[in-house]
Design a protein around this ligand. Structure first.
Ligand SMILES: C[S@@+](CC[C@H](N)C(=O)[O-])C[C@H]1O[C@@H](n2cnc3c(N)ncnc32)[C@H](O)[C@@H]1O
Length: 302
């Protein structure tokens, strides 16, 4: 396994959470370096199947040669239609390890990292036309404010947006360091890195339309999972985690629990993880990326 591409987070807990049946059908909707996929295949027998999705063509360098494995280069928001194409109507488990891979962050050309100077790109799918260059140089001020406020939860979203507008009137912003320099006067003392991380998180979520894809995929799991099937989701920030938590609790994105005539809850999932599971200190020490991970598991009710 190429651990330089990505080290899988909470591997054992995710595999246990899927409760794998040897002849079951599973989907890993965020293939990345394939660490979770390989561990799923280890638990499957000859008749088991695994469908792996990734919207980033670069993840194909990790493809697994195994007759039980099928790779689908697409957004997981097209989960149901892709599974139907393979005549899989209901499956036994779905794993989603949200966000970006270490490869994507560490590759300066992709523009995800605040540590390297790279093009303001931030696309997971490099075939997509819209990138952070368009966002930063073409969005109206109010639209920029919304992105930084909603997706970066940044208090000074207005000042960030107006600084960008002022700078791009002189010259369009092209690189990650140009953007950092434009915002340097707004960085809070001592938490400079966190500030930039939140700015880049906001851009990334908007460029990749991440929350809409997540919403769409979560809703499709209701139709794609068999009764007793498992949904296992690892999220890395509160915006994602809130959606996952609400969805598992209620079966809808608002988290509104419905009740029957007698007041019994009508929820499609039994929540296996009352509280989100987090990585051990030992794992975080070996893989700092695991620090913010929250694992939630649900089982589709009979
Ligand atoms: C955290 S990594 C997954 C790592 C993987 N579990 C492993 O063990 O290597 C997330 C991956 O999901 C992909 N991804 C993110 N959003 C996606 C989406 N909406 N559709 C398909 N793939 C997506 C990213 O391109 C990235 O490769």
């Amino acid at each position: 396994m190429d651990t330089t591409y990505h080290i899988p987070v909470m591997l054992q807990q995710c595999i246990e959470g899927l409760n794998i049946k040897p002849d079951g059908v599973y989907a890993d909707v965020t293939f990345g370096g394939g660490g979770h996929s390989r561990a799923i295949l280890k638990q499957l027998g000859d008749n088991g199947k695994l469908y792996a999705f990734d919207r980033d063509a670069c993840s194909k360098c990790n493809l697994i040669k195994d007759s039980r494995f099928t790779f689908i280069e697409d957004n997981y928001s097209n989960l149901k239609s892709n599974l139907h194409m393979y005549r899989e109507i209901k499956i036994d488990g779905i794993l989603a390890d949200l966000g970006v891979s270490s490869y994507q962050i560490d590759e300066p050309l992709r523009g995800f990292s605040t540590r390297f100077d790279g093009t303001l790109d931030l696309r997971m799918d490099t075939k997509q036309a819209f990138s952070a260059l368009n966002l930063v140089n073409e969005y109206a001020e109010e639209a920029l404010v919304r992105v930084f406020k909603d997706y970066g939860e940044l208090k000074n979203a207005h000042r960030i947006a107006s600084s960008i507008i002022r700078q791009r009137e002189i010259k369009p912003l092209e690189t990650t360091f140009e953007l950092k320099n434009t915002l340097r006067h707004l960085t809070p003392e001592r938490t400079e890195n966190k500030f930039y991380a939140m700015v880049f998180q906001a851009l990334r979520i908007e460029v990749n339309n991440e929350l809409d894809s997540l919403r769409s995929m979560l809703l499709q799991t209701l139709e794609c999972l068999k009764e007793g099937g498992r949904l296992v989701v690892l999220s890395y920030h509160s915006l994602e985690d809130r959606l996952v938590k609400n969805f598992l609790r209620s079966g809808n994105l608002e988290g509104e629990e419905e009740k029957d005539f007698f007041g019994n809850k009508l929820t499609p999932f039994e929540v296996i993880t009352r509280k989100p599971v987090t990585a051990s200190d030992e794992e975080v020490e070996q893989n700092p990326r695991a620090r913010s991970a929250k694992l939630r598991i649900g089982q589709k009710r009979q």
